[in-house]
Ligand binder design. Structure first.
Ligand code: ATP
Ligand code: MG
Length: 414
């Protein structure tokens, strides 16, 4: 009788070495670029009270109504795995008493959880790199955030990304626009998908970004928020576009960009790749001026974005496996101690080194091959007695007897 094989949960993947190498590259680019904009890293809880997302993301959103991993713990507290990072950031910012402190610019990276239908680029546990800027009135801050997002993706050298920009209006201009939109959609319900008919009741602006072509076809003449902005929102939106123009950052105004979360207003944006099919959005964000107040803080304008690490990783072309610089082959038990010392001497100088484990020469050379080391260091009695190693360049088969420090000098200057 064979036991049933244990598997990870559907839509939840392991980060194996090749994958993690790509994630690290994405993370390194974020650290590098965000620090030049004076953003500081925060590490926030993965478990949060369910109430936090009900009050911020909104009860009628897909995320809260269908996708949260929420449960009562052994003590009866209602908690959940965070589906996104903004609500927790605001909670932490308020709880930490930072509303008057200096550091108003945060970034974070870590896993988020949504029980969606798993597809390529759509997972149930995925990683986001997020950014939040508090007390950011804009439009200069909107421009800075957009430019930073652009710089982050440029650092990763991902080609053919497009910035799509929209304004979602505000409390003043959105309600009357919403009415116009609902009226337009209500006349077309028989052509909309079931989900959109439901959205029409609860969250009509979400219909605008339905991924179905049949729904999109019905939206061709739908009223657009950008044509119904109040004066304040209109001048804000113009300011954002002027800033991007001044920096020669290409973008397109796309009236279909809305955010899935309730708390967004004014600037909304996505950065999209056409190489990932329906899951093409690699980064999305916008302004959420009402959220801090909604969570019990002082009225505070804020803006942020989150990028999907797995989706970005899929766009990175080169596979960065850790290939060692040097594989050490030790010929005979007597030289084993010396070989271990030499391996460490090389590592101390910054080389990556694997030890082929001793035993037969043939087996060790095979391992060196499999590891794809650029150099093999062979150590026998001769080398031990002269305090040297035999360095073999695997590309050219050239061999040289050298000391460990000569080896590092040679490899590091190639
Ligand atoms: P989508 O429209 O693709 O569902 P979203 O509007 O739900 O995205 P956000 O909540 O704004 O996305 O999250 C920001 C980014 O996080 C997305 O642009 C995407 O790159 C990534 N992301 C969101 N959900 C998932 C998921 N289930 N799996 C992988 N990445 C995701
Ligand atoms: Mg989604």
């Amino acid at each position: 009788m064979s036991a049933k094989k244990l598997q990870s949960i559907r839509g939840i993947h392991d980060g194996l070495p090749a994958e993690v190498a790509r994630w690290r590259r994405v993370e390194a680019a974020a650290h590098k670029v965000f620090s030049t904009y004076a953003f500081s890293e925060v590490r926030l809880p993965i478990l949060e009270p369910t109430e936090l997302f009900v009050r911020s993301v909104g009860e009628d959103t897909d995320i809260v109504s269908k996708e949260m991993y929420a449960f009562a713990d052994q003590g009866g507290d209602h908690i959940c795995l965070r589906p996104e990072g903004t609500a927790g950031s605001v909670r932490a910012w308020l709880q930490g008493g930072l509303t008057r402190a200096g550091a108003q610019r945060w970034f974070y990276m870590g896993p988020m959880f949504r029980r969606e239908r798993p597809q390529k680029g759509r997972l149930r546990q995925f990683q986001q790199i997020g950014v939040e800027m508090f007390a950011a009135n804009g439009p200069v801050e909107d421009v800075e955030i957009l430019v930073m997002a652009h710089a982050f993706l440029s650092e990763l050298a991902i080609p053919d990304l497009k910035i799509e920009l929209n304004s979602l209006g505000c409390r003043v201009c959105r309600p009357s626009y919403r009415e116009k939109l609902v009226k337009y959609l209500a006349e077309r319900t028989e052509h909309l998908c079931e989900t959109c008919v439901e959205r029409l009741q609860k969250n009509p602006m979400r219909v605008l970004d339905c991924k179905l072509a049949s729904c999109q076809a019905e939206l061709v003449n739908a009223p657009e928020m950008v044509a119904h902005l109040c004066d304040a929102c209109d001048s804000h939106f113009t300011g954002v576009q002027k800033g991007l123009d001044a920096l020669k950052i290409p973008y397109r105004v796309n009236a279909r960009i809305v955010r899935g979360l309730d708390y967004y207003n004014r600037t909304a944006f996505e950065i999209v790749s056409d190489k990932l099919g329906a899951q093409g959005t690699v980064l999305a964000g916008g302004r959420y001026d009402g959220l801090v107040e909604a969570l019990g803080g002082p009225a505070t304008a804020a803006i942020g974005f989150a990028a999907g690490v797995e989706r970005l990783a899929m766009l990175l072309e080169t596979l960065e496996m850790a290939e060692p610089d040097v594989a050490v082959v030790a010929l005979g038990d007597a030289v084993q101690g010396y070989a271990l010392t030499q391996a460490n001497a090389l590592r101390k100088e910054g080389l990556s080194v694997v030890h082929c484990g001793g035993g037969g020469a043939k087996r060790q050379f095979k391992m060196a091959d499999r590891e794809r080391a650029r150099y093999v260091v062979v150590i026998g009695d001769d080398e031990m007695h002269s305090g040297t190693v035999m360095l073999k360049n695997m590309a050219t088969s050239e061999q040289q007897q050298l000391t460990a420090s000569e080896v590092t000098k040679l490899i590091l200057t190639v």
